[in-house]
Design a protein around this ligand. Structure first.
Ligand code: CMP
Length: 139
């Protein structure tokens, strides 16, 4: 059975460019409800822990340095089949390959700086949600 939540982040470049507002509007338009949300900057060590699943990939260093380079927005979004629904909604990982009108097409600039993150499985949605939010921060 599919879960109903996913962990998302608005990445540093999108925040720097002033895209928090437009992306929040897209979240609402897409029918995603916000269960938890915070504005914060990850330390390099936190980014390394969050993306530990990718630690053997060649882009791990670049990814974790970028993700700790400025403030992000992290949120738990709720929707039916949330992980897949969000991944379909934001478009392909590489903004150049994302469908017109998707968040990554509109607000992403490159494979690394692709505007937003989304959990890739229900299991990781649980792990990633627990990384950012305690029970008292969820509504
Ligand atoms: P995200 O959904 O945050 O999950 C892992 C991230 O790694 C992914 O989005 C991309 O931004 C990033 N990524 C994947 N492949 C590459 C790559 N070849 N070079 C740089 N970053 C990458």
């Amino acid at each position: 059975m599919s879960g109903n939540k996913t962990l998302i982040m608005i990445k540093p470049t999108a925040v720097r460019k002033g895209f928090i507002g437009p992306i929040m509007a897209k979240i609402s338009e897409g029918g995603f409800k916000i269960q938890a949300m915070k504005y914060m900057q990850l330390t390099l060590e936190q980014a390394q822990a969050f993306y530990a699943i990718h630690k053997d990939r060649p882009f791990y260093g670049e990814l974790t340095e970028f993700m700790s380079s400025g403030p992000i927005v992290a949120a738990i979004l709720v929707n039916d089949n949330a992980v897949e629904a969000w991944r379909n909604y934001i478009g392909a990982t590489n903004p150049a390959e994302a469908d017109e009108g998707t968040i990554r097409k509109l607000y992403g600039t490159s494979l690394g700086e692709n505007a937003v993150h989304g959990s890739d499985s229900d299991e990781n949605a649980e792990i990633e949600s627990n990384f950012f939010f305690s029970a008292t921060e969820r509504f």
